[in-house]
Design a protein around this ligand. Structure first.
Ligand code: RB5
Length: 150
């Protein structure tokens, strides 16, 4: 798969670690930054990575900040992106099977490198189940174009 990765300063080291892990499995990784541990703003990198998925340039996004929360929220602002903020392998699996998550956010201050590897291994190998879940995911897509107050 072609996987775009983004982080802020807090997620920089784990992003790099996971990028190597993914490359060693044969995935192609696009790294949109951050490129150091100098303080930066997570919305910049969450949005950059999410737009890369929304445009079709990448299949999936994996994002890392301190908690996964901020960068995941940023990604979910981009229409077409369904970002799961995950700190356990079970949620990673279900975010693929039920929600067809095309982006994953992890907190570098929440999970260690070993758990993060397990999370992305499950997330990159689990298929969407479709069926009734497909209807619900289509409903999520409809929300992308709803104006406030509708
Ligand atoms: C940065 O200190 C921190 O706020 C950020 O990495 C993230 O945890 C935000 O959600």
């Amino acid at each position: 798969m072609k996987i775009v990765m983004g982080s802020d300063h807090a997620g920089f080291d784990l992003k790099n670690h996971l990028a190597e892990h993914l490359r060693s499995q044969g995935h192609e990784v696009i790294d949109v930054g951050a490129h150091s541990t100098e303080s930066v703003d997570y919305p910049t990198y969450g949005a950059k990575a999410a737009r890369t998925v929304a445009s079709g340039e990448a299949d999936r996004a994996i994002l890392v900040c301190g908690t996964g929360q901020g960068i995941g929220m940023a990604a979910n602002k981009v229409p077409g992106v369904r970002c799961a903020i995950v700190s356990d392998p079970y949620s990673a699996k279900l975010s693929r099977e039920h929600n067809d998550a095309n982006a994953l956010a992890i907190g570098a201050r929440v999970v260690g490198a070993g758990v993060a590897e397990d999370i992305i291994d499950i997330w990159t190998t689990t298929e969407f189940l479709g069926g009734r879940h497909g209807r619900r995911v289509s409903m999520l897509a409809e929300l992308d174009s709803i104006e406030p107050g509708e």
